[in-house]
Design a protein around this ligand. Structure first.
Ligand code: UT7
Length: 323
């Protein structure tokens, strides 16, 4: 018998307003054709008045609690991944805690940008297995639209807003093929700060700053790092790529998804793709894609999933689990 962190339920939330590529072409020098061909993105959701990282996170968390069939007061840990917090402090996780009416729990944010959900999931998994908590909400939520330079066509067409959440519970699992997280690996290489960053912050400029990216360089590192970390978790779990039922990747660019899958010999039909409809929602993209694939019936109980992401830092990671 081993203690494993098991996903009880998933949820997600999107802003009300959906924006297509044609609308962006009225703001910057771009086209639907360029965006679709280079990225696969057709739509993104943009937060409006009253929609914030915390409000989207709370909506996603409520949906996950509902699917799990558990009440907010049974949650003793909230780990929220975001690069776009409502306030510099306190942690957005505590705002979500108050919105959900949880009187007391552990609540904190994790900052690992697009890999944030993988970092949050791994931290929560370790706390649950160590006995520090029993039932956790792990959330990825972003309002990247608020840190985009809307005059920079090389970045503003790529991102969107949204949130995804899972309820994770420590369970005693006896069967070898029982549910839960089987392996996870995280990495960071801070030397690449200049390739993907925000040009501001409380301690430097005193401003929030805007997203800056050297896209081609990030692309190259993403394919190599993601293929590497996927191989690591596959080896750690003692499986082969053929055993994987679904890859739930960070949704930055359809071409990155294709190139990474090809490197591992994973067939494209096993990849959950949402970049076309959500664009890159940073820390929210993996749990958003997972919730979508659970709700449309692709991901079934007992399936072997691998989640992966890479983002600013650079940071990257992967997690292999039986759903
Ligand atoms: O989530 C974190 C991880 N992020 C990523 O993984 C993003 C990784 N990078 C990428 O996805 C791709 O590099 C981009 C989608 C950002 C760019 O695609 P690319 O094929 O690498 O294009 P490029 O940067 O080489 O630009 C090609 C051309 C340039 O024009 P010239 O110099 O060839 O005349 C750009 O100025 O496309 C131009 N361009 C655009 N044209 C129309 C750049 N952005 C746009 C645009 N519309 N929005």
């Amino acid at each position: 018998m081993t203690i494993r962190s098991v996903i009880l339920g998933t949820g997600s939330a999107l802003p009300a307003r959906r924006v297509d590529n044609h609308e962006l072409a009225t703001r910057v020098d771009t086209s639907d054709e360029w965006i679709v061909e280079r990225t696969g993105i057709r739509f993104r959701y943009i937060a409006g008045e009253g929609e914030t990282t915390a409000s989207l996170a709370a909506d996603a968390a409520r949906a996950a609690l509902d699917t799990a069939g558990v009440t907010p007061d049974s949650i003793d840990l909230i780990v929220l991944a975001t690069a776009t917090p409502d306030q510099t402090f306190p942690a957005t996780a505590t705002i979500v805690q108050a919105k959900l009416g949880i009187p007391d729990c552990i609540a904190f944010d994790v900052a690992a940008v697009c890999s944030g959900f993988l970092y949050a999931l791994t931290v929560a998994d370790n706390m649950l297995r160590a006995g520090g908590a029993k039932r956790a909400l792990v959330i990825g939520s972003e309002t990247f639209s608020r840190i985009l330079d809307w005059e920079d066509r090389t970045t503003c067409v790529l991102f969107g807003d949204g949130a995804g959440a899972v309820v994770l519970e420590a369970q005693s699992v006896t069967a070898a093929d029982g549910p839960g997280i089987l392996a996870s690996r995280l990495h960071a290489d801070g030397r690449h700060n200049g390739l993907l960053y925000v040009d501001g912050g409380p301690s430097t400029t005193g401003t929030v700053g805007k997203v800056r990216m050297k896209g081609q360089d990030v692309f190259r590192h993403a394919v190599v790092n993601l293929a590497g970390v996927l191989r690591e978790v596959i080896k750690d779990a003692g499986i082969t790529p053929d055993d994987i039922d679904w890859v739930v990747p960070h949704q930055a660019n359809a071409r990155i998804l294709d190139a990474t899958a090809r490197k591992l010999g994973l067939p494209p039909e096993k990849i959950v793709v949402t970049v076309d409809r959500h664009a890159n929602t940073s820390a929210a993209s993996v749990p958003l894609a997972l919730d979508l694939a659970v709700r449309d019936g692709r991901v079934q109980r007992g399936d072997l999933l691998v989640l992966e992401a890479m983002g600013g830092g650079f940071t990257w990671g992967a997690c292999l689990l039986r759903y």
